[in-house]
Design a protein around this ligand. Structure first.
Ligand code: ITT
Length: 215
């Protein structure tokens, strides 16, 4: 059993649909470190959540970036969704000629043990390696166990698409304004979204590692 530590049941529904392993939502609002990159936030969150739960945890930090707005709202996606709402984010994008954007998710896994795999990510692309190294380098002294940072394994997924006028009523968050291949995320069912989404891609990498890793 894996604890998915999040206040967002939408994330858990997607992980449940994807993973064979049973997934429980642990509604623990871990202190989100103010950091510009998802990997750092996810790694800190996973360590804090593991210390809280004492059982294997995953944490997902994710966000939407709009190219014409210099990556806004990015790491502030949750705050912006809450304070502005997705309609107003669409209105900002609507003024731009170019409306491309991307969703990114970083899933961090921590079970308190050191597993051989850390820090080499299953994701062998350059970016994945960078984020893994960054997250370890970033560990602070209070996160060290026996002088070692609690090992965290990171899995990243990215989906590129277009920001569009809201359509569809499925999913959660920014789903209605993010279009991939002609359909918004909110027009897809969970299985369709998982097949192409940022979170689905991160979950696929996690599942591949989790099922085969010598933990
Ligand atoms: P936790 O931190 O408790 O997990 P959260 O929803 O605040 O929940 P984040 O801090 O990772 O999650 O913020 C991500 C923001 O991006 C939040 O507003 C989400 O609704 C949004 N988001 C992330 N993935 C999304 C997806 O697949 N579809 C739509 N919106 C998404």
């Amino acid at each position: 059993m894996i604890n998915f530590v999040t206040t967002n049941p939408g994330k858990v529904a997607e992980a449940r649909e994807y993973l064979d392993e049973s997934v429980e939502q642990l509604d623990f609002d871990y202190p989100e470190r103010q950091a510009a990159d998802l990997a750092t936030v996810a790694a800190h969150g996973a360590r804090a959540a593991y210390r809280h739960a004492g059982e294997p945890v995953i944490v997902d930090d994710s966000g939407l970036t709009i190219d014409a707005l210099d990556g806004f709202p990015g790491p502030y996606s949750s705050y912006v969704e809450d304070k502005l709402g997705i309609e107003r984010v669409w209105e900002l994008a609507e003024r731009e000629d170019e409306r491309s954007g991307a969703f990114r998710a970083v899933i961090a896994y921590c079970d308190g043990d050191s597993f051989e795999a850390t820090p080499d990510p299953v994701d062998t692309d350059r970016r994945g390696q960078d984020i893994a190294v960054e997250a370890r380098a970033d560990a602070t002294t209070d996160e060290q166990v026996d002088g070692e940072a609690l090992p965290v394994r990171l899995f990243e997924g990215v989906a590129r698409g277009q920001i569009v006028e809201p359509r569809g009523d499925g999913g959660f968050g920014f789903d209605p304004i993010f279009e991939y291949d002609g359909q918004t995320y909110a027009e897809m069912d969970t299985e369709e979204k998982n097949a192409i989404s940022h979170r689905g891609r991160a979950l696929a990498k996690f599942a591949e590692w989790y099922e085969t890793a010598d933990r």
